[in-house]
Ligand binder design. Structure first.
Ligand code: 25A
Ligand code: L14
Length: 343
């Protein structure tokens, strides 16, 4: 960052949450040019002190009046808070980058993965809001983009293995407590999830819809089509919660429009932005949740031909759901916004 670079006033809504905390960390790690940083949350956290670089910042109450002078507002406090306060932030002159599902499918609001469709950011002008996609969708699209560009995609069959941190700090604590209770031969209590998550797999993320799918599954279908700007791609997903703290893993089966070999996929992914190829199974090297935590890259491996169809490829895709799945993606959008859309 050069000395005379313009600096921005940034607000974080939900600063005390799992994603809000990661936003602070990412802004620091990427040396984002900040003038004032304003931390907002609910009454529960007002007055709480959080350190950023060499400063101690006090958490303030989220309200419609809290955005005066703010250039960029990063929202991560759930869809209700976004619906209630993002319009006020935009009216106060800020660009809102919203992590919740509130605005993602609004046709007038851009839904952006910087490695995939940075051009869509230009549409922010209508409402002053840019939506950050769902975590499982972001990491999958980072891996699929080079394949889409090269041979086209006809159909995707996805199964996910998702970490508890996606649900927030209370879910991280719940898994922790259940593991402790198990070791101490105590009864495990479930409150965040409807069942015990320790030593279990729950085929249930977000709420159920009339078609029998969960909202999380349909986010993967609808958000992928919006970001790829192609409603003809066939997509079906099963999303599963697993007892992992950080890092979503995904099995992605791709039917491509034209033939692509495993070697060609490896070549493409070796140089794809945001991707780290980890594919040396003979030496037990493949993407792992424990290896992605804290990292900015999406790890891709176990690349195989689907021998049951003419043009098929299988991938195993792993990324830190709180970083690329939320905080990092939002800060990358902010970086493009300041470099391409402000003067
Ligand atoms: O169901 P919703 O409303 O849509 O919320 C979705 C949840 O998903 C997380 C986030 O959890 C949120 O609660 N989340 C949001 N976007 C996400 C994304 N892209 C995402 N997860 C993954 N990917 P969280 O606990 O990590 O963060 C919550 C943050 O939101 C602030 N917040 C909540 N309600 C608010 C609000 N801010 C302003 N006004 C409101 N009405 C919240 O601040 C936090 O920053 P806080 O001050 O309320 O919480 C501080 C601590 O209190 C604990 N806590 C949270 N809820 C309760 C609670 N304690 C007791 N009772 C509660 N009901 C938390 O542990 C937090 O650390
Ligand atoms: O961003 O893992 O739509 O419980 C909502 C569900 C984030 C993850 C979103 C989870 C998701 C969250």
């Amino acid at each position: 960052m050069s000395e005379n670079q313009k600096k921005y006033n940034v607000a974080i809504v939900g600063a005390t949450g799992a994603v809000g905390g990661a936003m602070l960390d990412v802004l620091k790690r990427r040396d984002f040019p900040i003038n004032e940083l304003r931390l907002l949350a609910s009454e529960r956290s007002v007055g709480k002190k959080i350190s950023f670089k060499d400063e101690e910042l006090e958490v303030q109450l989220l309200s419609s009046d809290a955005f005066a002078g703010i250039d960029i507002a990063l929202f991560s406090a759930g869809a209700t808070r976004s619906l209630d306060f993002a319009p006020a932030a935009a009216a106060a002159g800020a660009v809102v980058i919203d992590n919740s599902s509130a605005y993602r499918m609004d046709p007038e609001i851009p839904l952006v993965v910087p490695e995939v469709n940075p051009h869509a950011i230009a549409q922010y002008k209508k409402h002053g809001i840019i939506a950050n996609p769902n975590c499982s969708t972001i990491q999958m699209l980072v891996a699929l983009k080079p394949i889409l560009d090269k041979v086209g995609i006809k159909r995707l069959v996805i199964s996910t293995y998702q970490a508890v941190s996606g649900t927030g700090t209370k879910a991280i604590e719940e898994l922790d407590q259940q593991v402790k209770d198990y070791i101490n031969a105590k009864e495990m209590k479930a409150s965040v999830y409807p069942h015990q998550i320790a030593f279990n797999c729950l085929p249930h993320i977000d709420s159920f819809l009339e078609n029998g799918y969960t909202k999380e599954e349909m986010k993967m279908v609808n958000e992928t089509r919006k970001i790829f700007e192609d409603d003809s791609i066939g997509i079906t997903a099963t999303t599963v919660r697993v007892p992992v703290y950080y890092g979503h893993s995904e099995s992605v089966n791709i039917e491509t429009k034209r033939k692509i070999t495993v070697a060609e996929v490896k070549e493409l992914l070796a140089i794809a932005p945001g991707v780290k190829l980890v594919d040396d199974p003979e030496n037990f090297k493949y993407p792992l949740a424990t290896d992605c935590a804290g990292k900015f890259e999406t790890l891709v491996g176990r690349i195989r031909e689907d021998e049951s169809i003419d043009n098929g490829i299988n991938l195993w895709v792993v990324s830190d759901n709180i970083l690329k799945g939320a905080a990092l993606n939002a800060v990358q959008i902010a970086e493009i916004f300041i470099s391409d859309y402000t003067n």
